[in-house]
Design a protein around this ligand. Structure first.
Ligand code: 13P
Ligand code: SF4
Length: 348
């Protein structure tokens, strides 16, 4: 975080961090927004949480805390500020609200959704429970509050296997990310079925299943392929490839490391490979490159997450000025969702 409220000083501080990543004319404009955001943040007693996928000029300037979904949920649970401005997507801001029902939680854009959160409804979860009575439901945090409310426990990419193992049951329903579920099944030695992906297929064929998945996908991580990895390794045999667990199991298997966004960042910080390639959202590669100027980062990134991309310094400033967009969750849903989020936070 850069705490400056003076636009000139903010510009120089951002330039020192981002000169190689963000064009200078852009830094000039954005540093003015950032300085004003810092002033308003103090005036309104607000805390700004920024996900690792925020664009570099935002990520490296205004957030009090940056991190992956799990770290930001923990930060949200601990804050004593009156207002939480969430520079991330809607499901993350909702998680902050679930953990802080009496505080104002603001999301700077109404359009910051998520393809995974859109892939499943609360009624879908109720239907799964009817089909598999008594089987606990583990729900990835990339879902909306009403889906969390139907669940037993939440998880993030950083603790998914630990959460599944903590339940100590024969079978779990794991929703809604197909690839994360497959990766967790592999890590925990479980056999997974997808009964809803093809309703005509009889799942009785798979009698020994221990996980029941759902066919949701992240529209960004779905784009990386094993062919991409083979081509990069051919050109750069000494590359270290890191893949987010929302990538397919084949892509994860062909990579050198897989973990949450923060786990990937730590891996780059704590190792000394000749060069790195991150298979995740584009902006994070720029953020890691800016923070590690001595490390060589390859780029294989043509898609920004269209939802994370909605959050800009301009909109964050408007959010603080106009108190928008307020996250509101019906009390009854919030209470039930809180049980599954708090149960996750207790596990770690
Ligand atoms: P992390 O929890 O690893 O930051 O992932 C969030 C996300 O949306 C990845 O696409
Ligand atoms: Fe959702 Fe994928 Fe965007 Fe993450 S990167 S917010 S999972 S669409």
């Amino acid at each position: 975080m850069i705490a400056e409220t003076d636009p000139q000083k903010m510009y120089r501080a951002m330039q020192a961090k981002l000169a190689g990543v963000v064009p200078d004319f852009e830094l000039k404009i954005k540093s003015e927004f950032a300085a004003e955001i810092n002033r308003l943040k103090v005036e309104k007693n607000a805390v700004i949480l920024g996900h690792n996928y925020m664009e570099p000029a935002l990520f490296h300037s205004i957030p009090d805390f940056v991190g992956d979904s799990l770290e930001l949920a923990r930060r949200a649970a601990q804050t004593d500020k009156d207002v939480i401005v969430f520079c991330g997507v809607k499901f993350m801001a909702e998680t902050a609200k679930i953990l802080n029902p009496r505080k104002t939680v603001l999301l700077p854009s109404e359009k910051a959704g998520c393809s995974l959160a859109e892939s499943i409804t609360a009624e879908d979860v109720r239907e799964l429970r009817r089909r598999f009575p008594g089987v606990p439901v583990v729900t990835y945090v990339n879902t909306y509050a009403d889906v969390k409310a139907e669940s037993d426990i939440c998880c993030t990419s950083g603790n998914a296997a630990a959460v599944v193992e903590s339940l100590k049951t024969d079978t779990v329903i794991f929703i809604p990310d197909e690839y994360l579920a497959r990766n967790v099944a592999k890590a925990t030695g479980k056999h997974i079925i997808f009964p809803t992906a093809d309703p005509r297929k009889k799942f009785e064929d798979d009698l020994d299943y221990q996980m029941i998945g759902w066919p949701g996908r992240c529209e960004v991580h779905d784009k990386f392929t094993v062919e991409d990895i083979v081509a990069v390794r051919k050109q750069f045999p000494d590359v270290t490839i890191l893949a987010h667990p929302e990538c397919s199991p084949e892509v994860v298997a062909a990579s050198d490391f897989s973990g949450s966004t923060t786990a990937m960042i730590r891996h780059v910080e704590n190792t000394s490979a000749a060069r790195y390639l991150l298979l995740t959202e584009c902006a994070m590669g720029d953020n890691v490159a800016a923070a590690n100027p001595d490390k060589e980062m390859l780029r294989l990134c043509s898609v920004r997450c269209p939802h994370m991309n909605q959050i800009t310094l301009e909109d964050t400033l408007e959010s603080l000025r106009k108190n928008q967009y307020v996250i509101d969750i019906p009390e009854e849903i919030l209470k039930r969702a809180a049980r599954s989020v708090e149960r996750m936070i207790a596990i770690g």
